[in-house]
Each structure stands twice: as C-alpha cells, then as structure tokens.
Write a protein of this length. Structure first.
Length: 266
C-alpha cells in the first residue's frame, strides 16, 4: 500500500513515469513518509539523514563576516539579500541533500531571462539575435561542495530552477544540455519547493517537486569536497531606494544531508 505524504507536502505536480534510475528515485521519494515533526524538522524517510538546521538558530553555519540579513524567522532561514553567502561549517563529499525553499516575493523591475533550446543553447530570433523574456524575478542558489562554479540556480526563469549556470555555455554539447533543467518544476513565488540533490563524483542529479530536472549531469572540475552554500544575490540600493530585480528574497527550511559513502567529514 502506498504511503501518502502529510497534506502540507502533498505534490501538486504529477510524478513522471519511472523509466530510469533518477525517475525511480523521484517516484520513491515522492511517496516516502516524513516524520511527524515541526515543519522546520521534517526528516526524509530512511536511515543516515543528518539535520543541517535545527529550526532555532544558525548553529552549524558560517554567516558572512560583514553585516548581513541571514536570520531564523518563524522556524525558517530567512534572507533579505544583504551581506553575502551562508555556508555550513562542515564539508561534504558524495551526498544527498534534501531541502525546501521558497521566494517570499520578487522586487525591482522585470529581468531579461534567457530562453533556451532543449540542447541547452540560447534561442535566437529570425535575425540571429539571442532571445530573452522579461520576468519578475528573485534569484538565489546552492553551491555544491563550496564552489560557485557548481551553483544550482534557484530563480524565476522560464527554464526553471536547477540549472547549472556555469555550464550553460560549455563547448561540450552533452555537458551544456545536461546543465539545463528538463522541465520547469517550480511552484509559484510564495509557495514552498521540495528539492533533492544527489552528488556523486562529478555527477549531479536533481529532483524538484517530485520531477527529475537533472539526471546524472556531468560537472567537470567540481571539488572533491566542500561546504553547502546558500547564495546571496542582488540587494537593496540605499541611495536609490530600489531593489535589484534579481534579489535573494528567499527562505529555506528542512535541510538534511546523507553521506553516500563512508568518509570523514571536515
């Protein structure tokens, strides 16, 4: 008998057919029960998961040294796009990372988001000019193993969250295509998203809201180990009184990590 998630986490998007390992993982993950704890402590099913956030403070995290707006608000990590990145004290090698995130709102003017073809190249019009679409936007990301090069984008672009931005113009067609989300699985601004990231060697897979958006994508040059980093982006201009149109007005909760092999943590 299939076990349903509690109503707060019930998927709003149909899970694709499990035709490959990552799709099977997505389907299994979507049906896995969560421990009945507070929303800031919901634990994924299975053994080996370790909490990265206690729902009370930023213990285990290293905020930027300069003035910043990372804080714990109502049991979630809240950010207002001032200061810099937030990173874990520990470093990790191969792992699965589960987290939930949402943009509280967008701010500033619309942002010219790039439009992509299925092969990862940017769409062009009949005159060969790269095409964009202006969208209300917020922007953040997750650095895998501490490197900005391995950033997993969280944003409002038409291609959807999960893109490996540093590789979207890679000369290798397979790497470029693998860096692009297969589907836009984002929920609307203001709603919580569930994300499962699997990092093994130099390969990354991502399930977002029970849909596989990246499957075994090649990430050449990724460090062997590093911290989990929540990205700062954009900000507020006190002189003009305006927000950047791609600011990290973002919240995180339910952050859990599971090592994929026996190795000491740093």
């Amino acid at each position: 008998m299939k076990t349903r998630l509690c109503s707060r986490f019930a998927p709003r998007v149909k899970t694709p057919c499990a035709r490959g390992p990552i799709l099977l993982l997505a389907a299994t993950f979507a049906l896995s029960p969560l421990a009945r704890l507070s929303h800031a402590q919901q634990m994924p099913a299975g053994e080996g998961w370790v909490s990265l956030f206690n729902g009370k403070d930023l213990s285990g995290w290293l905020p930027p040294k300069k003035a910043h707006t990372w804080q714990v608000l109502d049991g979630v990590i809240d950010y207002e796009a001032k200061g810099g990145n937030l990173r874990t004290e520990k470093s990790y090698g191969d792992y699965q990372l589960y987290l939930e995130w949402r943009f509280k709102r967008t701010a500033g003017g619309p942002y010219p988001a790039k439009l992509f073809n299925p092969d990862g190249t940017q769409q062009k019009d009949e005159n060969g000019k790269p095409m964009t679409r202006r969208v209300p936007n917020a922007d953040s990301g997750i650095y895998l193993r501490g490197s900005a090069t391995t950033q997993v984008n969280l944003w409002c672009w038409p291609c959807g969250s999960g893109q490996l931005w540093s590789y979207h113009q890679h000369k290798d067609p397979e790497i470029r295509k693998g860096a692009l989300p297969r589907v836009n699985a984002d929920r609307p601004v203001g709603e919580w998203n569930r994300m499962l990231i699997t990092v093994r060697g130099d390969r990354v897979s991502i399930v977002l809201n029970d849909q596989a958006v990246l499957e075994n994508s090649h990430v050449p040059g990724m460090p062997a180990k590093g911290p989990i980093v929540l990205q700062h982006h954009g900000g507020y201009n006190e002189k003009t009184g305006q927000w950047s149109s791609a600011s990290a007005l973002v919240q995180f909760r339910n952050l859990w990590i599971k090592a994929m092999r026996d190795e000491p943590e740093e």
